[in-house]
Design a protein around this ligand. Structure first.
Ligand code: TYD
Length: 210
């Protein structure tokens, strides 16, 4: 099973992805936890270029291709082999981030993005995507207080509002894959809801395979 966590900045995806992976391991599952961009030596090198605050003049097309290059390497080197062994993959951001950020927010052509993403992932799509949803201003405030500020965080509030709306459009188009989780609550409450959603999805997948 392939689970991704998505959402605007400051929704606590990274913490929740780590907690989810730990909880699944406690249940005896074989879990690979990765984050995007990054997750392999090559992808981590690309991450440094992408998030460097000194790369403020990065062309939108160059940005898109670097995110996709990082993802292609991660899928082929880590994600596909782990899924092939029957393991669970928990990924902190994946292809929907490209549609939300480079598509809905930057304005690159969505039809083209979908085929590029499909090429980069060799057609791999998540079984379950958790949208950790938070108001844009509250999220940016949280991120500024708790985490490292990167090149994309520094975009204007309107950009982040387009990201968030983009995610809602994506979720509405594929409601069976997406679960929208209100991330503006205590960590434990959000984690409990995630466990609930993931348990239900695991049961469905198991039933389908029996
Ligand atoms: P990161 O520090 O990992 O942020 P977060 O904790 O919010 O995930 O930085 C990743 C940044 O890259 C984040 O601002 C979202 C952006 N991004 C894209 O623009 N497109 C993509 O395809 C991906 C994977 C991330």
């Amino acid at each position: 099973m392939f689970i991704t966590l998505e959402g605007p900045e400051g929704g606590g995806k990274t913490t929740q992805a780590q907690r989810l992976a730990a909880w699944l391991r406690e249940m005896g599952k074989n879990v690979l936890a990765v984050r995007e961009p990054g997750g392999t030596q090559i992808s981590d090198a690309i991450r440094r270029i992408l998030l460097d605050s000194n790369s403020s003049n990065m062309d939108a097309r160059a940005e898109l291709l670097l995110f996709c290059a990082s993802r292609a390497q991660l899928v082929s080197e880590k994600i596909r082999p782990h899924l092939a062994q029957g393991g669970i993959v928990v990924c902190d951001r994946f292809a929907d981030s490209t549609l939300a950020y480079q598509g809905y927010a930057r304005g690159l052509n969505l039809t083209f993005l979908r085929s590029l993403v499909d090429f980069a992932t060799s057609g791999l799509t998540p079984d379950l995507t958790l949208l950790l949803d938070i108001d844009v201003t509250a999220g940016l405030r949280r991120k500024a207080a708790d985490e490292e500020w990167n090149r994309l965080d520094a975009e204007e509030v309107d950009f982040h509002a387009r990201v968030r709306n983009g995610y809602h459009t994506l979720a509405a188009a594929e409601p069976r894959r997406w679960a929208i989780i209100n991330a503006d609550r205590a960590l434990d409450i959000v984690a409990d809801e995630i466990h609930h959603v993931v348990s239900a999805a695991l049961t469905t997948v198991t039933d389908m395979r029996e």
